[in-house]
Design a protein around this ligand. Structure first.
Ligand SMILES: Cc1ncc(COP(=O)(O)O)c(C=O)c1O
Length: 471
């Protein structure tokens, strides 16, 4: 997907602001000057400035121009050091399960969803599945599908990766029941109880729960909120401890939305080769880049040490429960574990999905969905900037479904979570993304739902709850 020129200009100006080209309250060059400098129409420059205004990076003064905003910093990072503590078993507080049962707060105000209209693509997906059910119900009801999954679907998954530059054979694909199941299958096939697994920090809470369940030890590697895992600190960790595997989300990680630069992917893989560490790549958000097609880390994997996991849960439907693990070396073992665990997945759903991808509907859906998500991201930031009158910092991810937001230090996000719940508002507290308290003052906020009136009001109410907690 090609980025619009005004989005590119907005990104450039945002990065110049971040690098300190201007001080707070400094006036930016005029629209005319920017148009001349970047050879763009004035209207494109205005669109770019409006985008920055929505993100809270600049503000407009009538009849004067645009100025660099003072308090709220979009996109930020925090320098943290690797803990000197030994890797340890993971404790999972009950609140993790409570929040996961509420669908992990991808919708800040779930009550608003009762009026949601169904997308034409989901309708078409459902028609595809119903058709297969009608045509093949007798056969499917009498036989299990292959444990590694439907051939046509495996081919389509391989083709999706080929589009993103990864040469992969459909024979290396094993269909799973979603990405959480894929991560489980990958982990049990490269680790045993007591082994040490490195994770990026903040980490996806589903991974923390898996490590707890499998009695694996964790070492949390400090990660940039914009560029993902810190490779230098990963190196320090693997020099200090016998790390067996590393799980990470190189593209649009949750909760931050960070994306690893390709240089860092290569450096991390070099270390993994040297130390014989298996990499488990969680690629669940890989298809959700707003401006460019992200390439998976496995592209640089010359000795098949990356197990690539993904699903359509975030890009299409959580309800299908369809995901995959891709690995040549481990393919047999993975299929075996899957067979033992749950035999196979629904044939009708796999085939219906395969037809939906093959006829181009999935790609059309993605093109529309990525634009929608970008708009929703801007609307969420606009609401936050309009209604929250206290200091915050947040990331502005270029893909995925959520941003990472830092509140004033005195805020305890679990307390906030509980108070917000009383108002029907569901947030994901930062506490969920680590084994300790270091992200207590953080929230993950999702933009995966339209910012209708009710959700905007929910943001406003959340602002009021936070303000009260600050007193
Ligand atoms: C990073 C990440 N990986 C895996 C999963 C689980 O995905 P699935 O619903 O496909 O099991 C999620 C869901 O929130 C996620 O955010």
């Amino acid at each position: 997907l090609k980025a619009h020129k005004y989005v590119k200009l907005a990104e450039l100006l945002a990065s110049e602001i971040k690098q300190g080209h201007w001080q707070h309250h400094d006036k930016l060059p005029s629209v005319r000057a920017l148009a001349q400098q970047h050879q763009l129409a004035k209207i494109s420059v205005l669109h770019a400035l409006q985008l920055l205004e929505m993100r809270g990076l600049v503000y407009a003064k009538p009849k004067s121009g645009y100025y660099v905003a003072p308090i709220k910093t979009a996109s930020f990072s925090q320098q943290r050091q690797l803990s000197k503590e030994a890797p340890k078993h993971v404790q999972v507080p009950d609140v993790f399960f409570d929040i996961m049962q509420r669908s992990a707060a991808f919708d800040i105000y779930p009550q608003a969803s009762s009026h949601a209209s169904q997308s034409k693509y989901i309708q078409s997906l459902n028609r595809n599945i119903s058709r297969v059910m009608r045509q093949q119900s007798q056969i499917n009801s009498q036989y299990y599908g292959s444990p590694t999954g439907d051939d046509l679907l495996k081919e389509q998954v391989a083709l999706r990766y080929q589009r993103r530059g990864l040469s992969v054979s459909s024979e290396d694909v094993c269909i799973t029941s979603g990405c959480q199941n894929a991560l489980y299958l990958a982990l049990v096939n490269c680790c045993s109880a007591g082994d040490i697994v490195a994770v990026e920090s903040p980490a996806f809470y589903g991974v923390l729960q898996l490590l707890h369940h499998l009695k694996l030890k964790i070492i949390e590697i400090p990660s940039s909120y914009t560029q993902g895992i810190d490779v230098e600190q990963f190196k320090q960790a693997v020099n200090a401890w016998p790390v067996k595997a590393c799980i990470l989300t190189p593209s649009f990680a949750t909760p931050t939305g960070a994306t690893m630069p390709e240089q860092a992917m290569k450096a991390l893989l070099d270390i993994a080769v040297e130390r014989n560490i298996t990499i488990i790549e969680d690629d669940i958000y890989g298809e959700l880049g707003f401006h460019h097609l992200s390439r998976p880390l496995k592209i640089f994997d010359n000795d098949d040490r990356v197990m690539l996991c993904g699903s359509v849960s975030k890009s299409l439907s959580r309800d299908l429960r369809i995901g995959w693990v891709i690995s040549n070396k481990h393919s047999k073992a993975i299929a075996h574990t899957k067979l033992v665990n749950h035999l196979s997945d629904s044939q009708a759903i796999q085939k219906g999905l395969a037809h939906f991808i093959a006829d181009g509907s999935f790609e059309r859906h993605l093109q529309q969905y990525r634009r929608q998500l970008l708009t929703q991201r801007e609307q969420l930031l606009e609401a936050i900037n309009q209604y929250w009158h206290f200091n915050i910092r947040y990331t502005v991810p270029e893909g995925g479904l959520a941003l990472w937001l830092e509140l004033p230090e005195c805020i305890d996000s679990i307390k906030l979570y509980n108070q917000a719940l009383e108002a029907g508002i569901v947030v994901t507290p930062g506490r969920l993304f680590s084994t300790d308290n270091k992200f207590n003052q953080y929230l993950r906020l999702s933009f995966s739902h339209p910012m209708d009136e009710q959700r905007v009001k929910a943001i406003q109410s959340l602002g009021k709850i936070i303000t009260k907690l600050l007193r």
